[in-house]
Design a protein around this ligand. Structure first.
Ligand SMILES: Cc1cc2nc3c(=O)[nH]c(=O)nc-3n(C[C@H](O)[C@H](O)[C@H](O)COP(=O)(O)OP(=O)(O)OC[C@H]3O[C@@H](n4cnc5c(N)ncnc54)[C@H](O)[C@@H]3O)c2cc1C
Length: 462
């Protein structure tokens, strides 16, 4: 690595480490497996319901096949829509295993399907009923809209879902402010509620089938309950109980501040170093939107710290927050924690403000674990928490590697990374930083044999 501006700050002689207790299976993965099985079985049952209700004569009648497939697609699309809501609901037990970013990734991967199925439902049902009535499709669409009680609401719901999907496409999403996108996204709940009323009052699976209708209402109420408890109930309760407020705004460097927050019984939140909260600062102009920030120090009973790079409108205002400002919280979230470690050796990689969760995590890794920490910055002065990191690494009797200089001269490609940490494959890798940096570390680590369960990445963008 002769041509890099690589500086090894602390590389102690080999040490005899205190034995670390074997890692416990601390993560309840079986909960996620059970939830996946329920979701799959429910999907199967939703598809089967219209088939079970079908009679041979109805199927053979004009329009029969189109109507049947229209009903199947309606049930399948709606079920997937409910799963999407649950994936975005931040259900604590599932989030603590899977991680919020991965749940959102699944939410996004799933998103085209409900819309495609519900669009197919609208088309097939209209065509089917037109064939049955031996009339034109457009004429039949008018008849359906005027003669079914909740059909107008269902059409509005479908158009809303189309609009929400359009603004969520990557190219469109980049062009609109995050907060605008978020407010538009909230209309999903209204769209889903409108489609529910259409199903219950107009759906042939439910009209005159009381058991099926009751079961479907229970499924919806359970989904609404889980969403309300996770997204509203828990945050409101935690905010009221822990009474958090800003104690101090501290300048850490150019464009970087730390907020020192106080509160009551913060240890009861069960937060760990490396996790993040969604923070809502209850002051004019800020109260209505929450922003995710990672803890930059392990939480104590009375204090938490977050460290923020002032990028856009909100983060710039945060630098001017007054001590005493009340703070509403949602969380803790995230799986970038020591509880997810699978080896007794770790390599931590951080760049820029990505140092925040790494710094907090370092504090919570047990003393006997073999720690290598790599921090990267373009300039010497950009290295955040230099003294804190040096002290924590020294406490672990670990190795701290500071890489300072232009990105092109500090590449962590597989060759360089292997020279730097030859036993990387036997370590957990934790990485947080700008996409280019984190992608390269992740790619190189995988190439060098780090398994998926040992590779942990915190992404600062949803
Ligand atoms: C899990 C996680 C942990 C994070 N931890 C930190 C941290 O410790 N320190 C830090 O400086 N930054 C952190 N961020 C990034 C931080 O949340 C955004 O930079 C910040 O919200 C930008 O707000 P803004 O209004 O100043 O910028 P804007 O210019 O409005 O937005 C810049 C970008 O930030 C993202 N963003 C904005 N608002 C939100 C929001 N409410 N939710 C999610 N993303 C949003 C969007 O991608 C947007 O394009 C974290 C992000 C995530 C997802």
């Amino acid at each position: 690595m002769a041509d890099t501006l690589l500086m090894t700050v602390a590389a102690p002689p080999p040490v005899r480490r205190a034995p670390v207790p074997p890692l416990q299976p601390r993560i309840r993965r079986e909960l996620v497996d059970a939830a996946a099985v329920v979701a799959g079985l429910g999907f199967g049952a939703a598809l089967a319901l219209p088939i079970a209700n079908e009679t041979a004569s109805a199927y053979r009648a004009p329009g029969g096949p189109a109507i049947l497939f229209g009903n199947i697609t309606a049930m399948g699309g709606t079920w997937l829509l409910l799963i999407m809501l649950l994936l975005a609901a931040r259900i604590p037990t599932i989030e603590s295993v899977v991680g919020h970013d991965r749940m959102l990734r699944w939410h996004r991967l799933l998103s085209p399907w409900p819309l495609a199925l519900l669009s197919a439902h609208a088309f097939l049902t209209t065509v089917g009923y037109a064939q049955s009535a031996r009339t034109g499709t457009w004429h039949q669409a008018g008849v359906l809209l005027s003669s079914y009680s909740w059909m107008v609401a269902a059409t509005a719901s479908w158009l809303m879902l189309l609009a929400i999907a359009a603004v969520s496409i990557r190219i469109a999403r980049r062009r609109i402010a995050y907060d605008t996108w978020w407010v538009i996204h909230l209309y999903t709940y209204l769209a889903v509620a409108l489609s529910f009323l259409h199903q219950i009052f107009d759906g042939s699976e439910f009209v005159g089938h009381q058991t099926a209708r009751t079961a479907w209402i229970v499924v919806w109420l359970a989904t609404a309950g889980v969403v309300l408890v996770s997204r509203v109930g828990l945050p409101v309760l935690r905010t009221a109980r822990h009474q958090m407020q800003v104690q101090e705004v501290r300048r850490e460097g150019k464009g970087v501040i730390s907020l020192i927050l106080t509160g009551r019984d913060l240890d009861q939140l069960g937060a760990a170093g490396g996790q993040f909260f969604s923070w809502r600062f209850l002051t004019r102009g800020l109260w209505w939107h929450a922003h995710p920030f990672s803890l930059s120090a392990a939480p104590t009973r009375t204090h938490m710290r977050v460290t923020i790079k002032t990028l856009g409108d909100t983060t710039a205002i945060l630098a001017r927050l007054r001590p005493g400002t009340r703070v509403a919280i949602e969380g803790p979230y995230g799986v970038f924690t020591d509880a997810h470690r699978v080896h007794n050796r770790v390599a931590l990689f951080a760049a820029g403000v990505g140092i925040t969760p790494v710094r907090a995590l370092l504090e919570e890794i047990p003393a006997g674990v073999d720690v290598i920490t790599v921090v990267r910055a373009s300039k010497d002065g950009d290295l955040l928490f230099r003294k804190e990191i040096t002290d924590l690494v020294a406490h672990h009797r670990g190795r701290l590697i500071e890489m300072v200089g232009p990105r092109t001269r500090n590449r962590l490609d597989p060759v360089n990374l292997h020279k730097l940490i030859p036993d990387l494959a036997t370590r957990d890798v934790f990485v947080c930083g700008p996409d280019g940096f984190a992608n390269q570390v992740e790619h190189s680590a995988r190439y060098l044999g780090v398994g998926s369960d040992a590779l942990h990445r915190e992404i600062f963008e949803f």
